[in-house]
Design a protein around this ligand. Structure first.
Ligand SMILES: Nc1ncnc2c1ncn2[C@@H]1O[C@H](COP(=O)(O)OP(=O)(O)OP(=O)(O)O)[C@@H](O)[C@H]1O
Ligand SMILES: [Mg+2]
Length: 271
């Protein structure tokens, strides 16, 4: 089966795009599936989160998303398979971030936002249950590179006034991309992350649910420090013990169950 390609996006920084990518990767592998993370963000938080050095740390461009851009610009296609690295997490592979991705964000030619799509063209990625694209907090070439190749977007937001604004703006961007470059693009869901039990957060959650209805995932990811601890320790939340890690595991499992990601035995961990 062709795995679903999903972009995690919001131009607002720090809302939990990366945490949602790694949390879902943890949930998928806990069920025996394999996942590929493609790190579109020069910051490289997802790459580091699964225990992989960024390209510049190893002074290489191989194995990075930067290589996808370079080689597509040289006329190659399908080369993603040469740049997939195993991570420290069983069942999770990654195309790592590279600091030079920052050059792509504003520069490049007309074809640049198609280079990632070309790198995946006709590549056999059927061993994965899903391909998760961790996007940077911006509206430049890196986001569009992901939106041009994915099947769907998951909008991650905090239940705050800025988070709500970020959702609005991203919906406009997605509508634009749907019109032209990628008409099959859909929004799989709006995920509320870092929700605390206070009046402001409850109010903003209600506001989001009123505005976007069913598009907002029923599962809400709570704000628990165990999420940061697991990230710093570079371990999947499903392997983390203590604090509220169990509640977070359940939240990511529930979120996965709401999404159109099929974790089949075909993609069962081989690593
Ligand atoms: N549910 C949560 N509970 C507690 N802390 C969280 C949660 N989700 C994310 N965090 C923490 O919040 C910070 C920002 O999260 P994250 O890096 O995932 O956001 P992001 O949207 O990817 O940021 P950026 O826009 O910079 O890429 C991190 O320190 C992360 O560990
Ligand atoms: Mg991030």
């Amino acid at each position: 089966m062709t795995p679903r390609r999903i972009a995690f996006a919001n131009q607002k920084g720090g809302v939990g795009k990366t945490a949602t990518v790694t949390g879902l990767a943890s949930a998928i592998t806990a069920r025996g599936g394999r996942v590929l993370i493609i790190d579109m963000d020069p910051q490289g938080n997802a790459t580091e989160g699964v225990g992989v050095p960024r390209g510049e740390d190893l002074a290489v461009y191989e194995g990075t998303t930067w290589a996808l851009f370079i080689e597509s610009s040289q006329g190659r296609t399908g080369h993603v398979v040469e740049h997939i690295r195993p991570s420290k997490w069983d069942g999770v592979d990654v195309v790592a971030a590279h600091i030079n991705l920052a050059n792509v964000e504003q520069g490049g030619g007309q074809e640049t936002p198609w280079y990632v799509d070309l790198a995946l063209e006709d590549a056999d990625l059927s061993m994965y249950a899903a391909i998760l694209f961790d996007c940077p907090p911006s509206l430049g070439n890196l986001l569009f590179s992901a939106l041009n190749t994915v099947d769907s977007v998951i909008v991650v937001t905090e239940p705050t006034v800025d988070g709500v604004k970020g959702v609005k703006s991203l919906r406009k961007t997605v509508a634009l991309v749907q019109k032209r470059p990628n008409p099959r693009l859909v929004i799989d869901g709006i995920v509320i992350n870092k929700r605390r039990a206070n009046g402001e957060h409850e109010f903003r959650e209600e506001e989001l649910r009123k505005s976007y209805g069913d598009m907002v995932a029923r599962t809400v990811i709570p704000d628990y420090v165990a999420r940061q601890d697991a990230h710093s320790a570079q371990i999947p939340i499903h392997r983390h013990r203590g604090g509220k890690s169990l509640a977070l595991q359940v939240a990511y499992d529930d979120l996965l169950a709401e999404l159109p990601i099929e974790v089949s035995t075909v993609s069962a961990g081989v690593k």
